[in-house]
Design a protein around this ligand. Structure first.
Ligand code: NIG
Ligand code: FE
Length: 415
């Protein structure tokens, strides 16, 4: 057999195969086995149990990891990123610190349009190389699957360029990668005052081409104040559904935009951001199969009010957390930090943030049957922590990397 991980101080996140996501009180549950072993074979989790039940001798394995003092976790699943981009935007940082809002920066031609201009001038090869550095970074911090959006193209050619970069990342990196077409991320300057014309372009030209080249798994719209309206979102999601693309929506970050409800109406896989979530939004989500996803990095970086995570979980909802890794509102893909923010800022418990960054975020990108828990038959995407007293330490000790060894597809990754 391939790998034996033995003497694991705590094997964290054991669940049955049938768990798709966890909601409400169940989010507090995190099954852990102490003094455990886990066997990886042919890329999958083959078996696990307590050390006293280990039936195989060391020489049955190609590799042995002695995890003494360490915990073994399912890899983080980061279900919302924009990690293909041409350059950072620290140039806006000063304006932001001086008090300009995200929308004001966007209105001045900064923000997403600034990234689109730079992306236009950058070759596919350079974009790939830049993104690959970020991919290796997030792998080293424990991420085992990531969703990546387009949306810095905003022309047919440049949106396709981004999506091709994502496809190449999928082919050449060990991560599970899902790709989301976000043509409706911002209205480009050429379409100022003619927003519906831009939506025509997204619906009539971009979507068919993206579908024809099979470049996206999902579709997204930035449905919020100053960006795209509910009606425009409705139209794009209807058109995408005809190509079999399910949606993941940017919703209610800047206002009660109706984005959550429009997402639910279209059976979105997830609605993301959610700073403006009230009782009506919670009611709508409770009746749906849509995963509410909070992006603590963006709210932290932009100084937004915080989504009411506690109220949502207490109402019985599931919650996922993701990084939103992007140059404008969350320049970090560190899911350990996101988990810490979940506890410190959103008052989620360590068990809840671990579920929110693994099984629930896996559901939010449609891969819950493959990863997100310690379950026999699931893909062996795992990380061994540095020695730590308990799983609480993972979100408690923020700011440094607590990942010691990464296993993806049953192979130990060495970067
Ligand atoms: O998720 N809110 C919209 N889009 C991104 C930000 C993109 C950017 O500013 O470059 C987000 O925060
Ligand atoms: Fe985003």
């Amino acid at each position: 057999m391939d790998i034996l991980i033995k003497n694991i101080k705590g094997l964290v996140g054991i669940r049955s195969k049938s768990t798709c996501f966890v909601a409400g009180k169940e989010m507090m549950h995190l099954e852990t086995l102490n003094d455990a072993y886990l066997i990886v074979d042919k890329g999958l989790i083959y078996d696990f149990g307590v050390m006293s039940n280990l039936k195989y001798s060391d020489n049955s394995f190609d590799e042995i990891i002695n995890a003494k003092g360490s915990l073994l976790f399912p890899s983080f699943v980061d279900s919302h990123t924009h990690l293909v981009y041409a350059g950072s935007r620290e140039i806006e940082y000063g304006d932001k610190i001086r008090g300009l809002s995200y929308e004001e920066i966007a209105k001045r031609g900064g923000g997403i349009l600034n990234s689109a201009k730079l992306l236009h001038e950058t070759s596919e090869r350079v974009l790939f190389d830049l993104a690959m550095v970020r991919i290796k970074d997030i792998i080293s911090m424990g991420t085992g699957a990531v969703e990546i959006k387009s949306g810095y193209g905003l022309t047919l050619e440049d949106e396709l360029k981004m999506l091709r970069v994502i496809r190449r990342l999928r082919n050449e990196s060990p991560l599970i990668i899902k790709s989301t077409f976000l043509g409706a991320h911002a209205v480009p300057n050429d379409f100022k005052g003619k927003q519906n014309k831009y939506v025509d372009l997204v619906v009539n030209e971009m979507l068919p081409k993206v579908a024809e080249e099979n470049l996206a798994d999902f579709v997204d719209v930035f449905c919020d104040k100053g960006f795209f309206t509910i009606e425009q979102t409705d139209r794009i999601l209807d058109a995408a559904a005809k190509f079999g693309l399910r949606s993941k929506i940017h919703a209610n970050e800047l206002d009660f935009s109706g984005g959550i409800q429009v997402g639910v109406k279209h059976n979105a896989l997830s609605v993301d951001h959610l700073e403006y979530t009230g009782d009506a939004e919670i009611m709508s989500l409770l009746k749906s199969k849509t995963m509410p996803t909070i992006l603590p990095g963006a709210a932290f970086f932009l100084g937004l009010k915080n989504a009411p995570a506690r109220k949502m979980i207490d109402a019985g909802l599931p919650l996922a957390l993701a990084s939103d890794f992007n140059p404008g509102s969350s320049p970090s893909g560190n899911m350990q930090l996101i988990a810490s923010m979940g506890c410190i800022i959103y008052k989620m418990l360590p068990e809840e943030v671990i579920n929110a960054t693994t099984i629930n975020s896996a559901y939010a990108m449609g891969i819950e049957a493959e990863v997100g828990t310690i379950t026999c038959g699931k893909r062996a995407n795992l990380f061994v922590s540095r020695p730590m007293p308990s799983y609480n330490y993972l979100p408690y000790s923020y700011g440094d990397n607590k990942v010691d060894k990464v296993i993806l597809n049953g192979e130990i990754i060495k970067y």
